[in-house]
Design a protein. Sequence first.
Length: 206
Amino acid sequence: MQPFTQLTAIAAPMPIQNVDTDMIIPKQFLKTIKRTGLGEGLFYEMRYDVDGKRIEDFVLHKAPYDKAQILVAGDNFGCGSSREHAPWALLDFGIRCVIAPSFADIFYNNCFKNGILPIRLPQEDVDKLMDDASRGANATISVDLETQEIKGPDGGTISFEIDPFRKHCLLNGLDDIGLTMEKVEAINTFEQKNRTQTPWLYQGSS
């Protein structure tokens, strides 16, 4: 998993409440278990009409937001079903950070497991960042995970809270597999000791 330390990027405004996971990645894109290629389906029904034609007014189709890596969103982002394809689609598009007043719990947890930083802020702070994100070419926001600070284009700073363990995982690029591999030496020691103490459990194994 790619570590998240600091990010300075275009922020796209999406002032919509209750954006559910079906809006983030519609069900027809759930047939794959690959994490790549899902960026094309991100917000598909908001980006394209029933004939598959681009809806040019959609924020992620307009420059500079088509290169956005930060999303400033409304309350209860990521609600609905628990599909992990939702953070996969955001990440494949290029979104590394989502800022909102609140998130659905499962989506929030899935973000951390996939290298996306979800930041919960009071509504007034989100409103300020939403305004910053509406500045087009000047809609650049900096997020520093180490200091837990967000800086807007005018230099203003907003602090955010994050669970220390989740912060550690993001800073070091550790998903569930990575966390397990940190303990590989202890696992190997246990297995060797266990083979000696209970050899009958390993009869027939290589």
